[in-house]
Design a protein around this ligand. Structure first.
Ligand SMILES: Nc1nc2c(ncn2[C@@H]2O[C@H](COP(=O)(O)OP(=O)(O)OP(=O)(O)O)[C@@H](O)[C@H]2O)c(=O)[nH]1
Ligand SMILES: [Mg+2]
Length: 346
């Protein structure tokens, strides 16, 4: 059968341009070589493959990741969380610039649970990272959209490997302090930093006790101008509160610091503290064992995620699940009997 004719308004030259570009897909070797040479365009293309839902892309992405793996693992991975408006973007700009000024190469990634809703990303506001965006030693990549948290987290973790292979020695992973995303980020970083605001209570900041427990440090941001006094008070309170938490396996005593991302104050101190943490945890071998534990955790996570996807995407299950849901609605079966039945089908 004939296809649909091109509408007259279609620009023929741009069509041929797009077609040429499609043909110019890089091979696995080209991708790997580009990444190892620190080519940012190639790195971006490889990440796009990781994020793709096309099975052939995935296969290719897996080969690229596998070849990059021996060149990965040699960065400092820092997680940063905080409620909307805490100043994450402003902080990452100041913190990142401080590092690139020291000739470090900084990659900024995100685990954004809301991206599936608004198709956007918390890193979308690159305006707050104006300088870092332009910096040739920085690489900023928003969260993949249209994915479950598990999917986003997995892709971000794979992206870390590619960034490390591309020579990025500091990986920053941003997440908004709501939902389960902090736990996911915590499980892929060496150091977890919580950004807080002085004055607003925990309830107001939507921060659960569990997150404070995950934090290796709390930075009270916006400690400037009229806010400075309140910030200092908050520091005393947090320091007191932290003493009630159980000792960390790392033997690290979580710190509370003040900073002003806007005025670039207290930023260098935070980096120095992270260096101190690394020194301690390298010495007591916690860092290595933590990364190993994280790898094991991700193995199990990936299996769970994959099993779930395979199950729910199976054509027979899709039909039967719908039927079982109707039976549940009309009280003709129980959720457990329905689950047993469905799980037994495949
Ligand atoms: N006074 C002051 N304002 C700050 C500071 N850091 C950030 N801000 C301001 O706080 C507002 C929010 O900052 P962002 O960096 O966008 O905060 P965010 O945490 O990235 O917010 P989301 O992207 O919405 O999650 C902006 O208007 C910033 O200019 C600071 O240290 N001091
Ligand atoms: Mg932001």
């Amino acid at each position: 059968m004939d296809g649909i004719e091109n509408p007259e308004i279609t620009n023929k030259s741009s069509i041929s341009k797009i077609q040429k570009k499609r043909k110019a897909q890089l091979t696995v070797d080209e991708l790997v070589n580009g990444i190892l040479n620190g080519n940012i365009t190639t790195l971006s293309r490889a990440i796009t493959l990781i994020e793709s839902k096309n099975p052939t892309h995935l296969e290719k992405a897996n080969q690229v990741i596998k070849q990059c793996l021996p060149h990965a693992n040699n960065s400092v991975r820092i997680g940063i969380t905080g409620v909307p408006g805490a100043g994450k973007s402003t902080f990452i700009e100041a913190f990142g610039k401080n590092l690139t000024n020291q000739r470090k190469k900084v990659a900024v990634l995100a685990v954004d649970p809301s991206s599936s809703l608004n198709k956007g990303s918390i890193l979308g506001d690159k305006t707050r990272m104006e300088e870092l965006v332009k910096d040739k030693n920085a690489f900023i990549r928003p969260s993949p959209s249209g994915e479950s948290l598990g999917g986003v987290a997995r892709k971000t973790r794979e992206t870390i490997i590619l960034c490390e292979a591309a020579g990025f020695d500091t990986i920053i992973i941003e997440t908004v302090g709501v939902g389960q995303s902090e736990t996911a980020v915590h499980s892929m970083v060496d150091f977890f930093l919580l950004l807080k605001l002085a004055g607003a209570g925990d309830e107001l900041q939507g921060i659960k006790r569990g997150i404070i427990e995950l934090a290796d440090a709390i930075a009270i941001n916006k400690a400037d101008g009229d806010n400075l006094k309140r910030a200092k008070l908050a520091k005393v309170e947090f320091n007191r509160a932290l003493h009630f938490y159980p000792e960390k396996e790392s033997n690290w005593q979580p710190k509370v610091l003040l900073c002003s991302a806007l005025k670039n104050e207290g930023i260098a101190e935070i980096w120095n503290m992270i260096l101190e943490y690394l020194e301690l945890t390298k010495k007591n071998k916690y860092l290595i064992s933590k990364r190993q534990e994280q790898n094991k955790f991700w193995l199990i996570q990936t299996i769970e995620e994959q099993l779930k996807n395979e199950f729910f995407n199976h054509s027979k299950i899709k039909i039967e699940l719908k039927k079982q849901l109707e039976l549940i609605e009309s009280n003709k079966t129980t959720p457990f009997a329905a689950a047993d039945y469905l799980l037994g089908l495949k």
